[in-house]
Design a protein around this ligand. Sequence first.
Ligand code: SF4
Length: 312
Amino acid sequence: MKVILVRPRGFCAGVVRAIDIVDIALQKFPHPIYVRKEIVHNRAVVENFKRQGVIFIDNLQEAPEGSLVIFSAHGVSPAVRQEAKERNVHVIDATCPLVTKVHLEVHKYVRDGYSIILIGHREHDEVEGTTGEAPDKIQVVGSVEEVVNLEVPDPKKVVCLTQTTLSVDETRDIAQAIKKRFPDLVSPTKDDICYATQNRQDAVKEMIKAGIDLLLVVGSRNSSNSIRLCEVARAQGVASHLIDNASEIQPQWLENVDKVGLTAGASAPDYLVEEVVRYLQNRGATMEELEVIKEDVSFALPRELLAVTSPV
Ligand code: SF4
């Protein structure tokens, strides 16, 4: 059995930044540190921070007045920011700059009088934050079938934005259906799916071209971009499994498999991929590396981290 270990895989610039923010806060500020929602959607990352004393909360009311709260990489709505002010908690914002970019697009198009159609998954933290920017101007669609239900006050003033971590192919199909419904649609969709999501999906497609008959994706069940990697493989007839770590591999998956593709979602730490590599090597697999795209993206730390010197 041969294993193709692809690059890029794993951590993106937004996740590196979010994890750095929590690490620095743990070193620099009095404990406990609160994080609203999972800092990134990965079980191992969250558990590791919990062991260091970080308290993850769903609701700002769980953080005492005056405490330090970090907002997750997925972004928050203005209502959450307002609540933080009213509760007098100190905030460090770990929202990925590429999510913030979509929030700013919402501001711009609302200002210009547009109705916004957001392609995405309603239950995802990012979509909750983005729709919160203009709840009465944004409609969320998650499939081509849902497009028929869209109603807007002025069909000539409609714009389509997207969640950052969607399937590139599926999003294109939904965007085309929206365009058919509203021919004057303004559509900067390509730019909203982030570079990391796009690159990891392109890398999976290259592994499929290289003849893999199974794809293993290291990532958590609630990681949108990780789920999409499995979907890309399945859409092309290649079996795929999403695993948090090597212990979740079922030996029967590997029966009669010659070539395994191995990748990781944007929030999965590389040590978990290395564990999977060791698991497969112990079963006689040989490794081959495939670099599809070089990534050289990094984001600066937020101003809040420098400004907050005495959070309690
Ligand atoms: Fe930012 Fe994309 Fe990473 Fe999400 S997956 S944190 S949008 S770079």
